[in-house]
Design a binder for this molecule. Structure first.
Ligand code: VIB
Length: 207
């Protein structure tokens, strides 16, 4: 199954080139397991689905820890038809609807509870899109139940769900959403925005 992400980091700082280039160094420990390609718009990660969010978390937290206001925008995809290079995406993890929804939510809640915390608060919003499926809403509501039970749900908004909390919990909840919801063989995508250190009133409150 082809899985990967195109993501961009936007640090609101004069030295954005140095910050982005330095942040990409945080991916070095993943380079043997992920195909990584950077261009002027974004960085591509292709590889096992369980590595995509830890890699983005490490990169994002490495920048956010400096206090700079930064935003990460990501389009994550698995099961995209026609993808080449699938063997690098091999995984032993259970993917998608291999069990009834309540069991998958339980397993995901446990994983988020066990995820290491980073001490870095983040806010974000995302949408889960289950493509080519007429039973997508239970999967979306299941994912929102996971967020609520993991204490990272902020609130629903038009077209997206808002999340907040420690980066460790938020990235793990998004990873679990990617791994456990939607059909096992089908195509799903997540459209994600994560922010840290925003000067907006009420943003990023310590969880
Ligand atoms: C994760 C990530 N990858 C690529 C870019 C695109 N980009 C914008 S400025 C810059 C540095 C100068 O080359 C690069 C690579 C991004 N913003 N974030």
């Amino acid at each position: 199954m082809y899985s990967g992400v195109q993501f961009s980091l936007y640090p609101m700082a004069d030295d954005f080139v140095g910050i982005i280039t330095g942040a990409l160094g945080a991916l070095d420990s993943y380079r043997d397991r992920l195909r990584i390609e950077t261009d002027d718009i974004s960085t591509l990660l292709v590889g096992p689905p369980e590595l995509l969010f830890p890699a983005m978390r490490d990169l994002f937290v490495s920048v956010a820890a400096s206090g700079v206001h930064c935003v990460l925008s990501a389009s994550v995809s698995r099961g995209c038809p026609g993808g080449e290079d699938q063997s690098i995406c091999d995984t032993d993890e259970p993917i998608g609807s291999v069990a009834e929804l309540p069991r998958r939510i339980e397993a995901a809640v446990r994983k988020v509870a066990e995820a290491p915390r980073t001490g870095q608060p983040v806010a974000g919003q995302f949408a889960l899109y289950v493509l080519g499926s007429d039973t997508h809403m239970p999967e979306v509501y299941g994912c929102i139940e996971l967020l609520e039970r993991s204490d990272v749900l902020d609130r629903p908004k038009n077209f997206v769900t808002k999340v907040k909390g420690d980066a460790g919990a938020v990235f793990e909840a998004l990873s679990e959403t990617f791994m456990r919801f939607g059909p096992s063989e089908g195509h799903i995508t997540l459209d994600i925005t994560i922010s840290a250190n925003s000067p907006s009133p009420g943003a990023d409150l310590r969880p």
